[in-house]
Design a protein around this ligand. Structure first.
Ligand code: NAG
Ligand code: NAG
Ligand code: NAG
Ligand code: NAG
Length: 286
């Protein structure tokens, strides 16, 4: 019983090693492509593709490369078709290189979509065609980020039609609630979607509009907002006080009471003396 258990364990380990050696060799020749890429409109974009061989494996012939844009009518980038004649280059021209990345120049809306890297390989163990996992290319245009009126800051960008591309606006690092948000891709004539996002500006500081693809930041644009200067407000107040003090009629009237009091005072003196004399004269008559 004890003995047979040890034997079983030993047998299992041997089997696993054998299994990994046989199956491992087959699955270890792989073609790697990133799942998603973005490119600015009109710019060049590198579509990476790499052949990975196990350390003990060797290519008997240079791999034969094919790059396809998967659309309704598949378009071949490499070997260069007429359509891509002047727009694509290999990044490494050595035929034995395992780096099969391709450079696509002047990215256009029509270049949006999936790209497949295929390699025909011959090794000691196999002769087969290997496929990458496809790369989805998305294109975006220049972002605009400006005040549309005194209180509304709007961000706009045209992008490849895809729901995973999202705009958001941040102020000093925290995300702001949207006042209005729009995604126009209903117009079938346009090969892109127009994203727009607006926030109301409340305080000064750095506002930032960001285009995200899921968690990845693709592009951003900043806007520094200076609220109207407090100095100007004080000037306006000063103008108001200046105007009010010159137009209040009472101010001119108030200058005069003092002399009137003086004049009345001066008049009171002779009147008092006169009254005194009259009083004296009247009392003397008695
Ligand atoms: C390709 O995709 C499959 C299925 O999603 C995954 O199992 C495999 O690891 C991927 N291969 C590479 C090279 O990324
Ligand atoms: C392939 O070549 C390009 C251009 O030299 C380089 O940018 C890229 O990093 C290379 N890829 C790998 C996987 O080495
Ligand atoms: C700014 O535009 C928004 C939306 O169009 C509007 O509701 C708001 O009244 C405008 N504000 C000013 C100060 O014009
Ligand atoms: C203040 O009044 C002066 C003279 O009337 C005027 O030129 C100036 O623009 C005013 N300032 C403000 C802030 O209204």
């Amino acid at each position: 019983m004890h003995h047979s258990l040890i034997m079983t364990k030993w047998g299992w380990t041997q089997f696993m090693i054998l299994y990994l050696m046989v199956s491992g060799r087959r699955s270890l020749v792989t073609v790697h492509q990133p799942p998603v890429l973005t490119s600015a409109l009109g710019h060049a974009v590198m579509l990476p593709c790499e052949l990975i061989l196990p350390p003990d494996e060797k290519l008997l012939n240079p791999p034969v490369l094919y790059w396809d844009h998967l659309k309704g009518d598949d378009a071949r980038l490499w070997p260069r078709s007429e359509k891509y004649k002047n727009r694509v280059n290999l990044t490494d021209n050595n035929p034995n290189s395992l780096n099969k990345s391709i450079l696509l120049k002047n990215a256009q809306w029509a270049d949006s979509g999936k790209y497949l890297c295929k390699l025909s390989i011959v090794t000691r163990g196999e002769k087969s065609r290997k496929f990458g996992n496809k790369t989805l290319l998305m294109v975006y245009d220049t972002m605009s980020f400006k005040l549309t009126n005194d209180s509304l800051l709007s961000c706009e960008v045209n992008v490849t039609q895809d729901p995973s591309l999202v705009l958001s606006i941040f102020h000093d690092g925290s995300k702001l609630p949207t006042v209005c948000s729009a995604r126009q891709d209903a117009a079938a004539a346009l090969p892109y979607a127009s994203l727009s996002e607006s926030v109301s500006v409340r305080s000064g500081g750095k506002y930032e509009c960001r285009l995200h693809l899921n968690a990845y930041l693709i592009t951003k644009r900043s806007f520094n907002y200076d609220p109207p200067e407090p100095d100007k407000g004080r000037d306006a107040e000063r103008n108001v006080t200046v105007t009010s003090s010159t137009t209040v009629p009472g101010a001119a009237m108030l200058v005069f009471p003092e002399p009137w009091v003086l004049y009345s005072g001066l008049l009171l003196v002779p009147i008092t003396i006169l009254l005194g004399i009259i009083t004296v004269q009247l009392t003397c008559r008695h």
